[in-house]
Design a protein around this ligand. Structure first.
Ligand SMILES: C[S@@+](CC[C@H](N)C(=O)[O-])C[C@H]1O[C@@H](n2cnc3c(N)ncnc32)[C@H](O)[C@@H]1O
Length: 263
């Protein structure tokens, strides 16, 4: 049963009561969930260097099985294309121009990235990701769409300090379905540093899994935040975050915030 928006926002997936009810409603999902829980526990044991090391291992394991599924759950080409199109259309409707300079945080295998690269002038797309495995898949996507002449940058990162990028260099920063997999320290680190690389008048859009109940996570993979937590975090770093109501109308389970300089 698909959850409506109201129940989606009020459910705490980490609670045992929810897990039992969910298992009774979806008995076929119990075995895959348990397999994933065991795999994640094993990866956590092997990669004790913090969340990035652990999540990089999750991505390596998921990418080996299916790059499409690794960036979006369902291993379907149609879904991969549709979610990329949705991200691209949204930014186009919000004024993305070929001369913009776009940084995509957590670019994955370029589900949206290939469309951005196609649209932007050569050298105007910069994709970063913690997972070398998914960046290798990103290069395959680039080849599949014949976009080599656009000379995009694709760079692995260990953190979101963005210290290797120049000041005020990006008019648009985009992170889709990245903070939905990030503990708060990582979002904080990004918000602390993104202002430096954002050009005057530029904006940083990111999606997040929204909850209106207690903040929680599932398996250390999926994180649910209240909007106020993230807007307050942005304000602490001198940035303003605006809730994007028009994104809510799209068929996507996450919400979107837009962060800009100052008030
Ligand atoms: C669900 S996928 C989405 C990929 C892409 N944004 C898209 O919409 O297809 C999340 C991506 O973010 C990357 N990622 C997760 N945490 C990250 C972090 N702290 N810094 C950079 N990339 C990260 C993962 O490796 C993965 O490629």
């Amino acid at each position: 049963m698909q959850q409506g928006p109201a129940s989606r926002l009020s459910v705490n997936r980490a609670r045992i009561g929810h897990k039992v009810r969910y298992a009774l409603r979806h008995p076929r999902r119990v075995a895959p969930h348990l397999r994933r829980a065991c795999r994640d526990a094993w990866l956590r044991l092997r990669h004790r260097g913090g969340h990035v090391a652990y999540y990089r291992a999750v991505m390596a394991s998921d990418t080996a099985r299916s790059p499409e599924a690794a960036v979006g759950g369902a291993p379907s080409r149609e879904r991969w294309l549709a979610i990329g199109q949705m991200q691209f259309d949204y930014l186009r409707e919000h004024g993305l121009q070929p001369h913009d300079r776009l940084l995509e945080i957590g670019c994955g295998n370029l589900r949206a990235g290939w469309r951005f690269i196609d649209h932007l002038e050569p050298g105007h797309y910069y994709g970063i990701d913690i997972s070398p495995d998914i960046l290798i898949e990103a290069k395959k996507t680039l080849v599949r769409y014949g976009l080599q002449h656009k000379l995009p940058y694709l760079t692995p990162v260990d953190d979101l300090k963005l210290d290797f990028l120049p000041d005020a260099s990006f008019t648009v920063v985009h992170a889709h379905s990245v903070f939905s997999h990030s503990p708060l320290e990582i979002i904080d680190e990004c918000l602390a540093h993104v202002g430096r690389i954002l050009a005057p008048g530029g904006f940083f859009d990111f999606t997040f899994d929204r909850t209106e109940t207690r903040e929680h996570h599932v398996l250390g993979e999926d994180f649910y935040y209240r909007t106020e937590t993230l807007t307050r975090l942005a304000a602490r770093h001198g940035m303003t975050a605006r809730f994007m109501d028009d994104w809510e109308r799209l068929p996507h389970g996450q919400s979107k915030l837009r962060v800009t300089h100052g008030a």
